[in-house]
Design a protein around this ligand. Structure first.
Ligand code: NAD
Ligand code: TYD
Length: 356
């Protein structure tokens, strides 16, 4: 009961998977989850931990920008580290309303860094302390048909989301260089898996297929993302937290590049099998090419050589198997889906897809 970890944004998609994974594979870790419960945060994501894991888990409803609250968490717990997931995370939302992204991703990260600088190394903070900033490959901008993002690739963000994550990454690096805060950054490719909010490509398509709604594919559908199963991302973060070197950046990727249209067609096939649809009832009839996303990055692909060679991490799941498990998870958890689709969600879907 002595290794306290503060996780921010642990009621979201990756954060909740991370907490579940950590509590299972690290039986001596205790986790404090600080989450503001925005539209994307759902305490239901961790409702079923069971008594063994729940005994080492504490939830605090609050904002990463609340400096006094962060100071209090530092003073009440002997923190060995912070894993910082909390963010506004959806590119389309950042196009419609960028300010929230600056507020949470830039100012929020800055305040968390400041609180860490103030509290690190004094009083109730362990000698071993790490600040792990969870970031995205989108900070590198877009690739053409060749090449990969390495840790040396220059930042070139395209959307307000990726610009805000890039800004926060720069602050993290500056706090290491200027103040010696033992901070590290992970830049990861697109994740998929259970508990992803159904505004993102894969869960949105699965649910629209179930409900026989249009499947909106942006532009020509040939944009490429490098997909990683969320549990593999969580294992990579644990590796970096335990064995990564302060001041370093680690790229994390699945090595599973797919065009968006390939993903959508695959989901139609998997769902048709499960729903008994074929012929002119097949879900493929629902595919609709719609107006492209402004500033839409063409291709993301990660070179994960560094984390593989230095820390011995590689993805543990094959895309073909994990995507099937994901599809089955959504089909079997429609109660969860309904609980997260608030009035706000329905309003977003109406705004984003109207006129596309
Ligand atoms: P998410 O949107 O599902 O969850 C974000 C969580 O942060 C929510 O629980 C929300 O309530 C919380 N939050 C938002 N603002 C907050 C604030 N001011 N204070 C406290 N909590 C707040 O996001 P996700 O997909 O789980 O992504 C988590 C992190 O991983 C983000 O930093 C994102 O940039 C990064 N990332 C995501 C992906 C991906 O494919 N989803 C890939 C690479 C990196
Ligand atoms: P998304 O899940 O929003 O992740 P990101 O923008 O962070 O990569 O989108 C993944 C890809 O799918 C991206 O190229 C945009 C595309 N997309 C669609 O074609 N239709 C949709 O309805 C959504 C949400 C995304």
């Amino acid at each position: 009961m002595e290794n306290y970890l503060l996780v921010t944004g642990g009621a979201g998609f990756i954060g909740s998977n991370f907490i579940r994974r950590c509590l299972s594979v690290r039986p001596d870790w205790c986790i404090v989850n600080l989450d503001a419960l925005t539209y994307a945060g759902n305490p239901a994501n961790l409702e079923d931990l069971g008594p063994n894991l729940a005994a080492r888990y504490q939830f605090i409803h609050g904002d990463i920008k609340d400096t006094a609250l962060i100071d209090r968490i530092f003073s009440e717990h002997d923190l060995g580290g912070i894993v910082h997931f909390a963010a506004e995370s959806h590119v389309d939302r950042s196009i419609v309303g960028p300010e929230a992204f600056v507020d949470t991703n830039v100012t929020g990260t800055f305040r968390l860094l400041e609180a860490s600088r103030r509290n690190w190394g004094k009083g109730n903070v362990k000698k071993f302390f790490r600040f792990l900033h969870v970031s995205t490959d989108e900070v590198y901008g877009s690739l053409g048909s060749h090449g990969y993002f390495t840790e040396e690739t220059a930042y070139d963000p395209s959307s307000p989301y990726s610009a805000s994550k890039a800004a926060s990454d720069h602050f993290v690096k500056a706090y290491f260089r200027t103040y010696g805060l033992p901070a590290m950054i992970t830049n990861c490719s697109n994740n998929y898996g259970p508990y992803q909010f159904p505004e993102k490509l894969i869960p949105l398509m699965i649910l629209n297929i179930i409900e026989e709604r249009p499947l909106p594919v942006y532009g020509d559908g040939k944009n490429i993302r490098d997909w990683l199963y969320v549990v593999d991302h969580c294992d990579a973060i644990i590796k970096v937290l335990e064995e990564g070197r302060p001041g370093e950046t680690y790229n994390i990727g699945g090595g599973a590049e797919r065009e968006n249209i390939e993903i959508v067609r695959l989901l139609c096939n998997l769902m048709d099998t499960r729903l008994g649809r074929s012929g002119d009832k097949s879900s493929h009839r629902l595919i609709q090419f719609v107006a492209d996303r402004p500033g839409h990055d063409r291709r993301y692909a990660i070179d994960a050589t560094k984390i593989k060679n230095q820390l011995g991490w590689k993805p543990g799941h094959e895309f073909e198997e994990a995507i099937e498990a994901t599809v089955d998870w959504y089909i079997n958890n429609l109660k969860w889906v309904n609980s997260v689709r608030s009035g706000e969600y329905r309003k977003w879907i109406e705004t984003n897809y109207q006129g596309r």
